[in-house]
Design a protein around this ligand. Structure first.
Ligand SMILES: NC(=O)c1ccc[n+]([C@@H]2O[C@H](COP(=O)([O-])OP(=O)(O)OC[C@H]3O[C@@H](n4cnc5c(N)ncnc54)[C@H](OP(=O)(O)O)[C@@H]3O)[C@@H](O)[C@H]2O)c1
Length: 267
């Protein structure tokens, strides 16, 4: 299938690791020009090199998406380098603290909202004037199944991701007349760097090895997934590429799950 993404410019926030890195590499394989941003320059440069090795044009911009002004700066650098912007993938997200309701403080709620929701608003505000000039403009926001089907813990994260889902639909309505198509993807559990950090913490808490903790983490989640495996970044990346492509030109406002069947409802 021809996705028609050759020479399209794609910006992936949080593109240095995990799902964002998988998404950036997938676009590079399609011949797109790829801009990535993240805070830590080491992994950012490493991923940029991997993208270059695939033969794609790449720009790496160190930035914290929660810093006021960072969105404008990253977008300006992207547009200066590649003379435009076609696809914005708002992937940077997560939470500084994963915990239950009683362990969370106001600051944790604020931080989760800033990282997951306000950053998207800022990047969309900065990107739309450029997306308006594209003939195949897309905004794809990475939310989470936690925003649809919350568990017992991390209510701040789940509530922020629910806001991302709602915001995505609102933006889809707003920008449809201008041909800017907006989607939201809700991954289920995907093994990434963020999981490695959780596993390291769990190993310390339980006084067991990293491998034992990883086995426990995987077993707990796999048991709740009908397809019986955790996802990988590529599982999310292939859907992102499809939604950005000309093959998905009669879709907007979709909220799609990539979760091995974890969420129990059909809708
Ligand atoms: N993995 C899962 O199971 C899962 C499930 C559902 C949804 N998600 C969502 O998928 C997205 C990616 O998650 P992931 O698991 O791939 O995370 P990850 O492995 O921790 O990678 C996160 C990426 O975002 C960057 N990032 C984090 N905070 C940032 C900030 N303030 N400014 C700029 N860049 C930032 C990180 O680089 P730096 O740290 O260097 O900044 C890194 O490149 C998130 O929105 C997450 O909520 C993940």
């Amino acid at each position: 299938m021809d996705f028609g993404l050759q020479d399209k410019t794609v910006l992936v926030t949080g593109g240095s690791k995990g799902i964002g890195k998988g998404v950036a590499l997938a676009f590079a394989r399609e011949g797109a020009r790829v801009a990535i941003c993240a805070r830590d320059e080491g992994p950012l440069e490493k991923t940029a090199l991997e993208i270059k090795t695939l033969g794609a044009k790449v720009l790496a911009v160190p930035a914290d998406v929660t810093d006021p002004g960072s969105a404008m700066r990253v977008i300006a650098e992207t547009v200066r380098r590649f003379q435009g912007l076609d696809v914005l993938v708002n992937n940077a997200g997560g939470a500084q603290k994963f915990a239950g309701f009683w362990e969370l403080e106001d600051e944790d709620w604020r931080q989760a909202y800033e990282l997951n929701v306000l950053s998207i608003a800022a990047f969309v505000r900065g990107a739309v004037p450029h997306l308006r000039k594209s003939r195949a403009a897309r905004i794809i926001n990475i939310a989470s199944t936690a925003g649809i089907q919350p568990g017992k813990s991390n209510p701040h994260y789940g509530a922020a991701k629910a806001a991302v889902i709602n915001l995505s639909k609102s933006l889809a309505n707003l920008f449809a007349p201008e041909g800017i198509l907006v989607h939201c993807i809700c991954p289920g559990p995907v093994w990434t760097d963020s999981w490695e950090r959780t596993t390291t913490r769990k190993a310390k808490e339980l006084n067991i090895s990293y491998d034992e903790a990883a086995k426990l983490e995987r077993a707990e989640d796999e048991a709740a997934i009908p397809l019986n495996r955790l996802g990988g970044p590529q599982d999310v990346a292939s859907l992102t590429v499809f939604l950005a492509s000309g093959q998905a030109s009669w879709m907007t406002g979709s909220c799609l799950r990539v979760d091995g069947g974890k969420v129990r409802s059909m809708l």
